[in-house]
Design a protein around this ligand. Structure first.
Ligand code: SAM
Length: 306
């Protein structure tokens, strides 16, 4: 298959000029296509931060543009490959130019082309700008977000869901997604104004778990209506709750309800719980970090179910 490369004229900065020259040399020294299997027509090398596709990817750091496009960024070949294998829709793939035949990048580009997406060979400085990291991964993908409705949740006996009230910290949210995935939980219910599960920070902290955890968002009244119909237990976590978390049953469909980092759970949500549980605090700290507390409760549920 023929591989066509075109250069954009932007070689205005010294770094871009050096990179464009190196890239050109690489192409000239490339083996014939019958010796080096290639991935079809790779578009031109992008060296300019003003390129519309680069701008579009960079805009996905802002919630406003993630909402507008319904896209989000995920980094790294392992995570992008797993996402594609799980059927997530990949729209764009920015990758380090010259690596299109790398064994873990080639299948991604092929999947992208099959799905009608665009591959974007970029310079390392541009990858840094897209990912806002000094040491960026070799690829950054733009995927379509997925959101489910509460009405899509039809729990069976083994299902565990985590509901988070107004979670604010993307690192906490990503870590919680990672732990839900690790413990075989079904997904996440985000109540009221939460941080975006598709922000770059949350996706990074989830280490790819965002692709394996169902996500629903709702208002508090919607959650209360849903909770009223829930066929199983709802364990609320609260510092003043009286039952030790190791003393409660966790069988059947289970929702673990966690409070906001500053304010904890409001009374309205506490009343929706079938049980309030606490982890004992022996030292001077008055509470656990939200993600740590969620992990403790999830692993206890897993232990008692096993
Ligand atoms: N000042 C808040 C309060 O009074 O609830 C602290 C919130 S804490 C940082 C965030 C959430 O983590 C809590 O709402 C609760 O869901 C959970 N959490 C933290 N430590 C806990 C503990 N020891 N027992 C039960 N839940 C806890």
């Amino acid at each position: 298959m023929c591989t066509s490369f075109l250069f954009l004229p932007d070689t205005t900065t010294p770094l871009n000029r050096v990179f464009a020259l190196a890239y050109h040399r690489l192409l000239l020294s490339a083996k014939p296509s019958h010796m080096t299997p290639s991935v079809g027509a790779i578009p031109e090398l992008i060296t300019s931060a003003a390129n519309a596709e680069v701008k579009r990817l960079r805009s996905l750091h802002q919630r406003k543009y993630r909402r507008q496009t319904g896209w989000f960024l995920a980094e790294g070949t392992r995570i992008c490959t797993e996402a594609v294998a799980l059927g997530w829709e990949l729209h764009r793939l920015a990758f380090l130019a010259g690596r299109e035949d790398h064994r873990s990048i080639r299948p991604l580009i092929e999947a992208l082309i099959d799905a009608g997406g665009r591959s974007l060979p970029v310079t390392e400085p541009l990858l840094q700008r897209i990912s806002r990291k000094d040491n960026p991964q070799m690829v950054v993908g733009a995927f379509a977000q997925r959101h489910i409705e509460l009405s899509d949740i039809h729990p069976n006996q083994s299902d565990i869901w985590v509901a988070l009230d107004r979670v604010r910290d993307p690192g906490n949210l990503g870590t919680i997604m990672r732990t839900i995935d690790a413990t075989g939980g079904r997904g996440l219910i985000l109540i009221d104004d939460c941080t975006d599960p598709y922000s770059v920070e949350a996706v990074r902290s989830s280490m790819g778990a965002v692709f394996n955890v169902a996500i629903a968002s709702c208002s508090q009244p919607e959650f209360l209506a849903f909770a009223a119909e829930w066929p199983g237990r709802i364990h609320g976590t609260a510092l003043l709750a009286s039952t030790d978390f190791r003393a409660v049953a966790c069988d059947g469909p289970l929702i673990i309800l966690m409070g906001n980092e500053q304010a904890g759970l409001p009374d309205s949500l506490i009343h929706a719980c079938t049980q309030l549980i606490r982890m004992p605090m022996r030292g001077r700290s008055d509470s656990l970090n939200l993600a740590v507390a969620t992990g403790v409760v999830l692993y206890e549920a897993l232990r008692t179910r096993n």
